[in-house]
Ligand binder design. Sequence first.
Ligand SMILES: O=C(O)/C=C(\CC(=O)C(=O)O)C(=O)O
Length: 308
Amino acid sequence: MTFEKTPGWLDWYADPSKPAFTPPPGSVDAHCHVFGPGRLFPFAPERKYTPCDASRDQLFSLRDHLGFARNVIVQATCHGADNRAMVDALKASGGRARGIATVKRSISDGELRGLHEAGVRGVRFNFVRRLVDFTPKDELMEIASRIAPLGWHVVIYFEAADLPELVDFFTALPTTVVVDHMGRPDVAKPVDGPEFGLFLKFMREHANVWSKVSCPERLSVSGPKALDGQRAAYDDVVPFARTIVETFPDRVLWGTDWPHPNLKDHMPDDGLLVDFIPRIAPTPELQRKLLVDNPMRLYWPEERTPTS
Ligand SMILES: O=C(O)/C=C(\CC(=O)C(=O)O)C(=O)O
């Protein structure tokens, strides 16, 4: 099947730079996607966008180029609840990728076990209206209670302005809860203002809540962009991400978000994006927690040594 990309679609950056920052050995890119390829894994009829292809082999070659060891592949909404492309990538990764699935309440226990064997360790609940149609909260809660015994967690994606309305549902979830992209703060607002304050309170008062400090390219208003050799990009996002890393160093994850769906302004050079990491996690200890210890604890707990 051939697909026509959404008009204005920006393809992933073809020839990324080598980062100046060297990630510690064993680093995990804990948020990335695969798209298709559409001829093998057709995009879902209910999708809100049609992307370019972004295959597992292209993802794995980016992983190696950037100096990462592992990936966490998050089911993208353009594949709906058809997890085949993501699962195919997990199976081809030689144990170096884990996955986050999208499932419906109709999924059987056997199918859940199959996903677990392939390397899935969580489900994603998406509340961003431009990406998905609303799933009733009772259905989501039922899914959460079924995946909890597998040791899985729930990844949530929402916009900062929607947190007040969603917070009661989030705090009722029975698993670890991982927030995508810091809950998408409006970085034009003050880092010590009420909106981001609510997010910090949410994390402070709920020790099961983690955050990905990812996607500065999606959140930044004033740049500069991670392009043309700019190794100090997205200044306006730094205080938000750094506050989270320094306040909750054991509950943060980082990911490229490759292939960066739905960006409208520019496509970042992923090598320069990696150079954002030492600006938000300034010490080797914070970097090791963010890139190795935390994702290993969540996604490969069986591989942890007693000291890590
Ligand atoms: O890549 C992301 O995390 C963010 C997305 C896309 C997405 O979540 C999806 O398609 O599932 C976005 O904001 O458009």
